[in-house]
Design a binder for this molecule. Structure first.
Ligand code: ADP
Length: 866
């Protein structure tokens, strides 16, 4: 190590020197160090020679202080700039302690020489400066003060500064000032330091931000200076720090106002004030709004734009639009279209309409589509109004805009859902339309089927737990609103049954209070929390908590309800949902009404067809009746006249015939010629008689005046009698009989009427079968002998299935036989009368028939009780 290095190291460790009592010489071993540092040799340092190594400005002071101290024999302290061997001065702190002889005279001085650091100079407890400065710190405690070393660390700070930055003194000491400086101000602070180090002699002022320990930002005015040692070496920085946070805030506001005033520079001073006051009041409100707000003067200069306004316009926080002309900005940055995608000129955009005095209310807000500079397209619903001063002059306009991109998409979705629903509903309601020539009634799907389908669709569209559709029979004076089940979906079959039963037994008031029913009648959708508001009467809720109920009104009359059920607790129906349900309810009602009308139409149509059929049968009957009643009369008349003429001829020829030997044969032949037409007339009369009696019977039945003469009789005899009569009077075709042997079948009955039925069956069997086919009649006992069973079987034309169900009706004749007008064709009354007679006797009738193969007509009758 060089001598100098040794000295510096030694000096760092604070080296003690011995000086002579007068101070003129350095003595003892320590003088070697002095020589090594200063380069003086031996005697050069003696006899005030050491003073030559001091800075010329310090020499006089040094000598003077020595003499003074020697005189007073007191401790003293000072500093000198001492030159090293190369002529470079360093500042040293010199502390000297007098050493006295026993008699009190000065013997020598022990001096401590140490390099002058800022800490030593300023903060050593007994240093002069420290005391002074410390005093100053305490005295001036209203302002922050700090010492910062050249390498940027705090080595002292007063309480005021500590509280300004929120650190304790212990925490602060040793910390770099950059650590508590706002990042944005570090460069500034650094350059400030550098300027001073480069030589600026005077204190300078800087406004900067500190970051407090709690993270808050404080603005400070820092007045700082670089303290230098007398050798001009930088010692440390000394700063006065003043809290200007509040002043900064005020300044910022003033700045804003200034800018505002600049922007509104054209308006009159008073108006400016009004506007600024207004804007001030509104500013806080606007800032909190999520809608974009822009406030322009009449020229289109932007006076205010809130944060949402910037954001919706796609402008970053670094952009400042205040004072900018809005029209060129829009023209330059954006493309604006109307909702149909047609480009809008600047004059057409809502803001310029507002600035031209037009009010665009929020209800009639205009949708515009804006392509932002980023290329993104947003749909903005804009509204706004012009702003006037007290004298009624327009001073600007406010335009409020909201991003409805999503909302409109949602609306579109709802619309699509509705469209889909309408389409499906329309499909369902493709119900039968009246045919041009309706011969048959097309079956209408029952209301339940449609109700179920409808509710199922609604459930899918709304994605809810269950949907129920109820129809209401409007209130009458005697009965409240009665409920009918139309359809439900989302419930199990069992639940559905329970629900249906409950509904069908309920009135509207069992479910809802009069107040709620009143709301339904005003077409209001009601949302009901069944936990807090259960049904009026105990009714099953199927675990559903929220019920949304949409009324179904037609011409102001409440005709039904559509109930939507959701289980969850977080059910949140939007206005769109409610509108959708309302619309659905309307459609559903239309469909239900349509089905109901169609059902009614179907019934009416069926009645009409039945009536038409009856008329048709009656027309057929009339033509047959007139034919069948007139024809026999003509025949009878002709036959009787023929018989009469033949009688006359026979009479006039009688004398001559008597004279002939074969007179008997001749007269008998003549009588035969008279007999035959009379027989024919007689047969015809019987037919006629039967027709007339059938007509009379039918009208008696209709008038409920068919009287029965009930007597004991034997069914075997009746059957036998009828077969005999048939042979005798009407037909010579054999009829096979199968009757119980050796016993009677006793009845309590009108024997003539029962005979009439047997006769009717037999006559039909003969009439509707070929002459060579057989006809059989059988009488059996059934049901343990309690009932008689009579059947007439033929091998005739048979009856088509579609005729079978009608042949017992009045005037009905099968289509195969309807066209027959020949003698013997009936009026379609026989079977009608037969059935009535048998049923009046407590029996029943029936027929089995295979077309082309034959028929078996039968009836049963209860036997007379023993
Ligand atoms: P009608 O006097 O016309 O015979 P009915 O009431 O006795 O009237 O019979 C009604 C219709 O039933 C007849 O017109 C005929 O078409 C059909 N009918 C009745 N009996 C027979 C049968 N045994 N075979 C086929 N058709 C029959």
């Amino acid at each position: 190590m060089s001598k100098q290095g040794v000295l510096v190291e030694a000096l760092d460790a604070e080296v003690q020197f011995l000086w002579t009592a007068s101070g003129n010489s350095i003595v003892g071993k320590s003088s070697d160090l002095w020589y090594a540092y200063t380069g003086q040799q031996g005697a050069e340092a003696q006899d005030w020679g050491w003073v030559a190594m001091l800075h010329p400005d310090d020499r006089e002071r040094a000598r003077h202080l020595w003499l003074l101290a020697a005189e007073h024999k007191q401790f003293y302290e000072t500093w000198y700039r001492i030159s090293n061997a190369r002529g470079v001065y360093h500042t040293f702190l010199l502390r000297c302690m007098p050493v006295l002889h026993d008699d009190g005279t000065l013997k020598e001085w022990i001096c401590q020489l140490s390099p002058a650091t800022a800490e030593r100079l300023l903060l050593e407890p007994d240093s002069l400066q420290t005391n002074l400065l410390y005093h100053l710190f305490v005295e001036q405690a209203s302002i922050g003060m700090a010492y910062i070393s050249i390498d940027g660390r705090f080595f002292h700070a007063n309480d005021q500064f500590c509280s300004l930055v929120g650190y304790s003194r212990e925490e602060l000491i040793g910390r770099r000032f950059a650590d508590i400086t706002h990042p944005d101000d570090i460069t500034l602070s650094d350059s400030f330091v550098n300027v001073h180090l480069a030589g600026t002699p005077t204190p300078s002022v800087l406004e900067k931000r500190y970051i407090r320990k709690d993270g808050a930002i404080v603005w400070a005015k820092v007045t700082a200076m670089l303290l230098r040692l007398p050798s001009a070496e930088p010692l440390c920085f000394f700063s006065l720090i003043e809290d200007i946070t509040e002043r900064k805030r005020v300044e910022e506001e003033q700045e804003w106002l200034l800018r505002f005033e600049r922007a509104a520079g054209d308006a009159e001073r008073r108006e400016k004030y009004e506007v600024s006051a207004l804007v001030e009041q509104l500013k806080a409100v606007f800032e909190a709004m999520t809608d974009g707000v822009v406030f322009c003067d009449v020229e289109g200069k932007i006076l205010l734009m809130n944060a949402a306004g910037y954001q919706l316009m796609g402008l970053g926080s670094e952009v400042d639009m205040i004072g900018e002309e809005v029209y060129p900005q829009i023209a330059f940055l954006y493309k604006v279209y109307n909702e149909y995608g047609e480009p809008l000129s600047i004059e057409q955009i809502p803001l310029s309409r507002i600035l031209h005095g037009e009010v665009v209310s929020s209800e009639q807000s205009v949708d515009v589509i804006m392509r932002l500079p980023s290329g993104r397209e947003v749909r903005l619903a804009t509204s706004g109004a012009p702003v006037y001063d007290r004298r009624g002059h327009q001073i600007g306009g406010v335009c409020v805009y909201r991003d409805v991109t999503e909302a409109r998409q949602k609306e579109r979705r709802v619309q699509q859902a509705l469209d889909a629903l309408l389409t499906i509903v329309e499909e369902i309601s493709h119900l039968p339309i009246q045919a041009d020539e309706p011969t048959e009634v097309v079956p209408v799907p029952p209301l339940y089927t449609i109700g179920h389908k409808l509710t199922e669709i609604v459930r899918q569209v709304l994605q809810c737990h269950y949907v129920a559709c109820i129809s209401i029979e409007p209130q009458t004076s005697s009965q409240p609103d009665k409920l009918y089940f139309v359809g439900v979906s989302g419930l199990s079959t069992k639940e559905e049954q329970i629900y249906r039963k409950e509904i069908e037994q309920s009135f509207l008031s069992d479910y809802y209070e009069p107040e709620v029913i009143g709301r339904f009648r005003t077409n209001e959708v009601v949302i009901r929390d069944l936990v807090t508001y259960p049904f009026v009467q105990p009714r099953t809720d199927f675990g559903i908590r929220y019920r949304l109920i949409a009324p179904m009104l037609l011409d102001g009359q409440l005709l039904g309800l559509l109930a939507i059920g959701a289980i969850g607790a977080d059910v949140n129906y939007t206005q769109e949902d409610i509108a959708l349900v309302k619309a659905i309810a309307k459609v559903v009602l239309q469909v239900i009404e349509r089905v109901r009308l169609l059902n009614e139409w179907t019934v009416a149509r069926a009645n009409e067809l039945a009536l038409r059929e009856a008329n048709r049968r009656f027309d057929a009957f009339l033509s047959i009746a007139s034919h069948e009643l007139r024809t026999p009369l003509t025949t009878i008349k002709g036959n009787v006249q023929l018989a009469l003429r033949r009688m006359e001829t026979l009479k006039s020829q009688c004398n001559q015939l008597m004279a002939r030997p074969d007179s008997y044969e001749q007269i008998m032949r003549g009588l035969e010629r008279v007999h035959s037409p009379l027989m024919q007339a007689s047969h015809r009369t019987r037919v006629q008689e039967r027709m007339i009696s059938d007509l009379l019977d039918a009208s008696r039945i209709r008038a409920n005046k068919l009287e029965l003469l009930m007597r004991s009789c034997d069914l075997v005899q009746i059957v036998r009698q009828m077969v005999d009569d048939l042979h005798h009077f009407a037909s010579d075709r054999p009829v096979q009989m199968h009757l119980p042997e050796n016993r009677s079948v006793p009845l309590m009955a009108d024997a003539d009427r029962i005979g009439q039925v047997v006769n009717n069956y037999l006559v039909n069997a003969l009439r509707y079968s070929s002459p060579d086919s057989s006809v059989e009649i059988a009488l059996e006992l059934i049901e343990g002998g309690k009932m008689a069973w009579v059947s007439v079987r033929d091998e005739g034309v048979g009856i088509a299935p579609e005729d079978l169900k009608h042949i017992w009706e009045r005037f009905y004749r099968s289509h195969a036989t309807a066209k027959q007008y020949n003698a013997g064709a009936g009026l379609g009354l026989g079977l009608y009368i037969s059935r009535t007679i048998i049923e009046r006797h407590g029996g029943c009738v029936g027929v089995e028939s295979i077309p082309g193969k034959g028929s078996t007509f039968w009836f049963t009758l209860p036997l007379a009780e023993a």
